[in-house]
Ligand binder design. Structure first.
Ligand code: ZN
Length: 194
């Protein structure tokens, strides 16, 4: 919590950026308690004056992780004080939502509709673009290189070109080295439709 307080102070030197935040785990205290603790932490750390947006990341729902369901993120945001709620957004991690059970391969529109109904697409500020080593719903959170996992190249193409997503910043968090990233970025450039 102190680290995040420090980070948020430093972030103001480069105003208007996003700060990614893993909601964490409730470690046996129950989802409801976990959600309350996370919201309390955000309420203690976010100030109305700050220009940084704190992004809650969609999680795979591994173990007692909070944030594996869109409803859980919505619950956290609802408990953030209205005066600072505009400083909270969401980062969608493609590997995590897939591992959490959302079918972004077969029904991307449906998943985004659900996101919109539950959280609101206006809160979606960034995408972590990762393939997954696991089947949908495995709740494991093991990233794979783009096109080398269970999400696959075609679905990645649909994700980066989707009208609701295409103008958001995309970040790769794939297990790779520099030349591997260069190949992934080239692959994504080729998939990108103008
Ligand atoms: Zn991520």
């Amino acid at each position: 919590m102190e680290t995040m307080a420090d980070d948020l102070k430093r972030m103001e030197w480069t105003p208007g950026n996003c700060y990614n935040f893993h909601p964490g785990s409730h470690v046996g205290q129950g989802m409801e308690t976990g959600i309350g603790l996370i919201a309390a932490q955000l309420n203690a750390l976010i100030t109305p004056e700050q220009t940084t947006t704190v992004l809650l990341e969609t999680m795979a729902g591994k173990g007692s992780e909070v944030g594996g369901r869109f409803e859980e993120l919505r619950e956290i945001i609802d408990r953030v004080d209205p005066g600072i709620r505009d400083h909270v957004g969401v980062c969608l991690d493609t590997c995590h939502v897939w591992d959490g059970g959302y079918d972004i391969v077969g029904n991307l529109d449906g998943v985004l509709d659900e996101f919109d109904r539950t959280i609101g697409l206006c809160r979606l500020k960034a995408i972590h673009l990762n393939d997954s080593q696991n089947d949908r719903g495995a709740r494991k959170d093991r990233h794979a290189r783009i096109g080398e996992g269970h999400i696959g190249t075609e679905a990645m193409g649909r994700i980066i070109n989707h009208p609701a997503l295409r103008d958001l910043p995309f970040y790769l968090e794939t297990p790779n080295e520099l030349d591997g990233y260069a190949r992934e970025i080239e692959l994504l450039h080729n998939l990108r439709m103008l």
